[in-house]
Design a protein around this ligand. Structure first.
Ligand SMILES: NC(=O)c1ccc[n+]([C@@H]2O[C@H](COP(=O)([O-])OP(=O)(O)OC[C@H]3O[C@@H](n4cnc5c(N)ncnc54)[C@H](O)[C@@H]3O)[C@@H](O)[C@H]2O)c1
Length: 369
């Protein structure tokens, strides 16, 4: 393959537009064509010198391509992603990989049948702060991980929910659209989740989908965690608020993730490392001091795009593979299931994601069963 990687983009909405803008600045790729059923998307295509199709199948039939980005609503990821795989195209699919485990497995089966890689757009794994924090945790800077606490709260503008797909199950709701980022980060940083419990509901917005949740997590390594999230409550705490990664959300610079271990604590995204003395774990009678670790400037979406170009050229595997994305989806869907059933959901004894479409084990098992 010589020259820039030739990509198609499916879905020119909020995040699709950002992919278009980033690709325009990226010498390693060009988005040569876009598809979106909305006529209005044609203007964005024209601005970025991409050919415009209203039907994604027509685009796939006509264009010479090396890879594809799927940025459609969640409930269209599988259909469009499978069509790309059948054309032999490596796919970067926005998170969540799909809206259900069955459709996620179907996408991965199609990709395997056609020998193409699937990368999932959990772009925060490309944030340098996450890389530094992972290294700090894995190298023992806070000792053995005891617990993690995550807070994500902001108030979305009301028109956000004018888009039908965001307000309906199974694809919509703040858990699958937003909280999945937190779930993926925690899986990446703390390891797989063994058990999930959650309370929550839609008492603030009154939609079919939840607006506020409180989640408890038990990780396979014994650590525990909590996530509190609401998209109907303004606050300065949340990843986008803390980092400023989304140009449409003014930053506050506040921490929203706290890891505590047997020898110290780490708060993100400011990368504050708290310890007693460097040589000993210390005790509550001794002063605990903080220092700030440094990370390179963040450009996570851009770095994800460049990484995907390497995937298309066959230089490396996706950093977030389809299987990994499916595990994050499975953990995230367990939050919704726990709310609906009013019972903890055990994940570790479920059949692997490879059997996600098969029979489910007994639901709502108690922690001590
Ligand atoms: N990584 C992130 O931080 C991030 C941020 C926002 C959204 N997302 C994800 O990106 C996806 C899109 O979200 P959004 O907020 O941009 O949604 P959106 O509603 O703003 O845009 C989706 C677009 O896809 C189009 N579309 C629908 N069906 C299509 C099809 N079959 N083929 C081509 N286009 C089609 C719609 O007309 C719309 O223009 C979702 O999966 C969402 O979860 C990721």
């Amino acid at each position: 393959m010589s020259g820039p990687v030739r990509l198609a983009l499916f879905g020119v909405g909020g995040i699709g537009t950002r992919h278009l803008e980033l690709a325009e600045l990226e010498p390693e790729c060009e988005i040569v064509a876009v598809a979106d059923p909305l006529e209005a998307a044609g203007a964005a295509a024209e601005r970025h010198r991409a050919r415009f199709y209203r039907d994604y199948r027509e685009l796939l039939a006509r264009e010479r391509l090396d890879g594809a980005i799927v940025a459609t609503p969640n409930d269209r990821h599988a259909e469009v992603g499978i069509a790309c795989a059948e054309r032999g195209l490596p796919v970067l699919v926005e998170k969540p990989i799909t809206d259900t485990l069955v459709s996620g497995r179907a996408l991965l089966d199609a990709a395997a049948d056609h020998g193409v890689p699937v990368a999932v757009g959990h772009h925060r794994r490309f944030d340098p702060v996450v890389g530094i924090a992972c290294h700090a945790i894995r190298s023992g800077r806070i000792g053995r991980l005891a617990a993690v606490e995550c807070l994500w709260a902001l108030r979305k503008h009301d028109a956000y929910y004018d888009a039908d797909w965001r307000r309906a199950r199974p694809g919509g709701g703040t858990v699958l659209i937003n909280l999945i980022h937190e779930v993926d980060l925690l899986r990446h940083m703390c390891g797989d989740v063994a058990r999930v419990y959650a309370e929550g509901g839609s008492h603030l917005r009154g939609l079919e989908v939840e607006d506020t949740v409180a989640v408890t997590l038990r990780f396979a390594n014994g650590a525990v965690g909590t996530i509190v999230a609401s998209d109907a409550a303004p606050s300065p705490w949340g990843w986008e608020l803390g980092t400023g990664e989304n140009p449409l959300i003014p930053p506050t610079g506040r921490n929203c993730l706290r890891f505590v271990g047997t020898e110290g604590a780490l708060a993100l995204p400011r990368l504050e490392l708290w310890r007693h003395d460097d040589d000993v774990p210390g005790s509550w009678h001794e002063e605990i001091r903080s220092r700030t670790l440094t990370a390179a400037p963040r450009a996570a979406l851009k770095d994800q795009l460049r990484h995907f170009c390497g995937v298309v050229r066959g230089e490396h595997l996706p950093r977030v593979s389809g299987e990994d994305g499916l595990r994050t989806l499975r953990t995230t869907l367990a939050i919704i299931e726990a709310i609906e059933r009013g019972a903890p959901i055990v994940l570790e004894d479920r059949s692997s994601p490879t059997a996600a479409g098969g029979p489910q084990p007994p639901r709502g098992r108690r922690p001590d069963s």
